[in-house]
Structures are given as structure tokens and as C-alpha cells.
Write a protein that binds this ligand. Structure first.
Ligand SMILES: NC(=O)c1ccc[n+]([C@@H]2O[C@H](COP(=O)([O-])OP(=O)(O)OC[C@H]3O[C@@H](n4cnc5c(N)ncnc54)[C@H](O)[C@@H]3O)[C@@H](O)[C@H]2O)c1
Length: 430
């Protein structure tokens, strides 16, 4: 099938590459010349495991093409996916300007029937507005349908998530739209949820809000566990073995970040407010999330009897492992809070250093965990990259000034780390 993707971010580029790999003929439309030129040369705009190879393979085969020109992509595509960003506005609402701008461009360049599908996360009613924008421009001259197909991929495992999703949500109001999308997704496994456009739009927000709830619940439990001397990991294991609950996403740590949870939680609060519902539960989720970072900083400051003038090694900067995405990463807040208290920061991340350098200043970036730890008063683990799990901590201890390890993701066994001579502080456990 001939398809087009508007936007080459995590969602647009990954989904485009996967659909090209499945044999479709795919256009990707961008708005920045240098990025499109780079993509044509096989240079990725961000790090995602396996993406570069997949993009190169499909570009070479001619199935995947990049352009700045809506006309060549839109005029020959049967399905057009809108995958542009929907960041937060100051008031927490989703900024839909890119969605509507790309809808106008689609409308202006529509020559034959096409199905226009929104993959971006958008509030209920947005797809109908997209239809209005396009209708006004095509003025009845070209038939089209709209559909909502929200995306659930996770950065770091985006390709396998796209090929093996838990579910594919299709919101439609015409049988033709439903048939086209079911056909396009045929090679991909996963439950199909065929529903209305409004419900599809809401499913995405409800999913992210509930996942954020689980994380904040785990973090709130970690605050209490710290206070009463319980081990939050044992507590969450005990809770998670209840089949009604499950352990997935009950993670205690320094809080969630990234380009989705923070903005989607805020957007759902704003959607609720616009309908006169005060979503207190979600407001608490955000407060707990902020608190998780602050409490971690306080714990470091308290344990070290003040961080002023001390050197702290930060391991992991990206908001989660296997990505270089720094959007709303907990490391940003934590580093800034520690710097405000007078700490000097040395940091290491396997892939996110270039992006980190754009958002945090006065940090010495290093080429390895050991280099970051050299001469440091403490190591603070903020992102659970695999490479930190099997490090020889005895060797790390030798190069440190004082052996403090603050495990912001609870990846280490406290007893084992303590037996090496470290003072170990996890989140909700010691
Ligand atoms: N990143 C994720 O893990 C993820 C997962 C599921 C859903 N989503 C949602 O998908 C959407 C996109 O997220 P993302 O992470 O891919 O965003 P992103 O910021 O990585 O990419 C957005 C892309 O849109 C492009 N763009 C913006 N305006 C444009 C225009 N007028 N014409 C052409 N291109 C334009 C940008 O250049 C960029 O390539 C958001 O709504 C997000 O909430 C993201």
C-alpha cells in the first residue's frame, strides 16, 4: 500500500520504517531540510536501537523515501498518518498547532481519495477538527476519511513494540476507513480494538495516565517505606504477585519523565477541567512525581552532610535506558537541584550526552562510569542502563573519594553492594 507519514520523530520514523519493511511504499514528510537530507544519507535524528539499519535497508530498496514536499507524498498516498508532536502548552493543554498545520498541508495537496489517520496523541475532538480543516480546503472536490490510530510504542524498544503491539486501536466512522486500516495492519499481531474516534483518542490518554499512576503509587510507597524501614522492592513484589494487580510498571525510583507521560497527564487534567471535572487523582500523580526527585536530592544531601563543594558522579542522563531522549528527564531536575546546593557534577550516559549538554550546564561529561566516579564523593544512578548492572563496583569504589552509592532505580542488591564497603541508599530501601 502507498502510505505517508507526516513527522519523522520517534513515532513517525519508526512506524514508517516498519511499514516499509513490511513491503509498503512509504513517504516520510519533514519540515527541516538538514534532517531530511541526513535521513536520505542514513543519518538518524535520534538514537533508537535497530532503527538505522532498518531505515537504510528500506531506503536502499526504494520503499522508504523522505521529502520536504507534501505534494509528492500526499498526492500518491492512500493512507496518510499524522505523527507530529503535541507538546504541552503553558496551561497544560496539548499544543495542536503542528497537527492543524499538517492537516492544512494535507488538504492543499490531496488529489485522490485518502484516509487521514492521526497517530499523534490528541484530545477528544481533534480528529473531527482535522476533518473540518481538510474539508474546508478540499471543498468537496476530493473524497477523504479520517481515523484515529493512537500509538503505544515505547522509546528504546520502538521497533519491536510496533511489530508486536499489545493492541492496535482503530477509531473510525466509516467502514472503508476501518477496512483499510485492518488491511494495512494485517502482518502485525495484537488485539484489535475497533471503536469510535472519540474512544480511540481517549484510550491513549487513559493508558498513559494509568501507567503514570502506577509509577507514582510505587514512589509514594517508597516514601513510606523509607520512613518505616520497609523494603519497597519486597513490598512491590508482594503486591505484584497478586494477579489482579501485576508487577509491571510498579517501579519505585526518581520518577517518570520523557515526552509522553508528563504532557499526557497534564493534558488529561486540562481535558477534564474543560468539562468541569477536577481530576485530583492525576494532580496527585504529578505532585508525587516532582516529590520523588526532590526527596532523592534531600537524601543525598542529608547522607553526605551537605553536598556543597562535593563532587557527585551521575550515571545515566536519558529519561530511560536505550534512548538519547532528554525530554523531561529526571536527571535534569536532580542535577539542577544539586548544583543549586553547591555540588559539582560529573556525568556519564552511553548515548544521551549530546542532548544532555543542550539542557544542563556546568557538568563535566565523561566517557565511562569509572571516569565519572573518579574522585567523586558519591555515585548517583539515575537511569537503569544495562551496562550499569554488571559493573565491577569494587573497581569503581577504588577510584572514588568516598564510597556512597545512591541507586535511583533500585537496580542493585543492597546487601551485595554494602558487602563491598559502600554506603548504599536506594529508593524506599537501604
Ligand atoms: N515518543 C513516544 O514514545 C510516543 C509514543 C506514543 C505516542 N507518541 C505521540 O506521538 C506524537 C509524536 O511524538 P514523537 O515522540 O514522535 O515526537 P517528536 O517530537 O519526536 O517528533 C515530532 C515530529 O513532527 C515533525 N513536525 C512538526 N510539525 C510538522 C509539520 N508541520 N510538518 C511536518 N513535520 C512536522 C517534527 O519535525 C518531528 O519530526 C506525540 O503526540 C506523542 O505524544 C509518542
Amino acid at each position: 500500500m502507498k502510505i505517508a507519514f507526516i513527522g519523522h520523530g520517534y513515532v513517525g520514523l519508526v512506524t514508517a520504517a516498519v511499514f516499509a519493511d513490511l513491503g509498503n511504499s512509504v513517504w516520510v514528510v519533514g519540515r527541516t531540510k538538514s534532517k531530511i537530507d541526513n535521513l536520505k544519507k542514513g543519518i538518524m535524528p535520534f538514537f533508537e536501537p535497530g532503527l538505522e539499519e532498518m531505515v537504510k535497508r528500506n531506503t536502499l530498496s526504494g520503499r522508504l523515501k523522505f521529502t520536504l514536499n507534501y505534494q509528492e507524498a500526499v498526492s500518491e498516498s492512500k493512507v496518510i498518518f499524522i505523527c507530529v508532536g503535541t507538546p504541552s502548552k503553558q496551561n497544560g493543554e496539548a499544543d495542536l498547532s503542528a497537527v492543524f498545520k499538517s492537516s492544512e498541508e494535507i488538504g492543499r495537496n490531496l488529489k485522490n481519495y485518502a484516509l487521514i489517520v492521526t497517530k499523534s496523541t490528541v484530545p477528544v475532538g481533534t480528529n473531527r477538527q482535522v476533518a473540518k480543516v481538510i474539508k474546508k480546503i478540499v471543498a468537496g472536490k476530493v473524497p477523504f476519511d479520517i481515523a484515529s490510530c493512537p500509538e503505544f510504542l515505547r522509546e528504546g524498544s520502538a521497533i519491536s513494540d510496533t511489530l508486536n503491539p499489545d493492541r492496535i486501536v482503530i477509531g473510525f466512522d466509516s467502514i472503508k476507513a476501518k477496512t483499510i486500516l485492518l488491511d494495512l495492519h494485517k502482518p502485525i499481531d495484537g488485539e484489535r480494538i475497533n471503536t469510535t474516534i472519540e474512544s480511540a483518542e481517549m484510550i491513549k490518554y487513559a493508558s498513559n495516565a494509568l501507567l503514570a499512576n502506577k509509577i507514582s503509587f510505587a514512589n509514594a510507597m517508597s516514601f513510606i517505606c523509607d520512613a518505616v524501614g520497609a523494603d519497597v522492592e519486597d513490598v512491590l513484589n508482594g503486591v505484584g504477585l497478586d494477579k489482579r494487580l501485576g508487577r509491571m510498571f510498579l517501579y519505585a525510583g526518581v520518577g517518570f519523565g520523557g515526552s509522553c507521560f508528563p504532557k499526557d497527564v497534564k493534558a488529561l487534567i486540562a481535558i477534564a477541567k474543560s468539562k468541569k471535572y477536577d481530576f485530583d487523582l492525576l494532580k496527585a500523580v504529578n505532585l508525587i512525581n516532582d516529590d520523588a526527585r526532590k526527596r532523592f536530592v534531600e537524601k543525598v544531601d542529608r547522607t553526605l552532610s551537605g553536598v556543597k563543594g562535593k563532587t557527585l558522579a551521575v550515571w545515566g542522563l536519558a529519561f530511560k535506558p536505550n534512548t538519547d531522549d532528554m525530554r523531561e528527564a529526571p536527571s535534569i531536575d536532580i542535577i539542577r537541584l544539586l548544583q543549586a546546593k553547591g555540588a559539582k557534577i560529573k556525568a556519564f550516559d552511553p548515548v544521551a550526552v549530546d542532548n544532555a549538554a543542550k539542557v544542563i550546564t556546568d557538568v563535566t561529561f565523561t566517557g565511562s562510569p569509572a571516569e565519572a566516579a573518579a574522585g567523586a564523593h558519591a555515585v548517583l544512578l539515575l537511569t537503569e542502563w544495562n551496562e550499569f548492572k554488571q559493573l565491577d563496583l569494587r573497581e569503581i569504589k577504588k577510584v572514588m573519594k568516598t564510597p556512597y552509592l545512591f541507586d535511583g532505580r533500585n537496580i542493585y542488591d543492597p546487601a551485595q553492594v554494602k558487602s563491598m564497603g559502600f554506603v548504599y541508599k536506594g529508593v524506599g530501601r537501604e
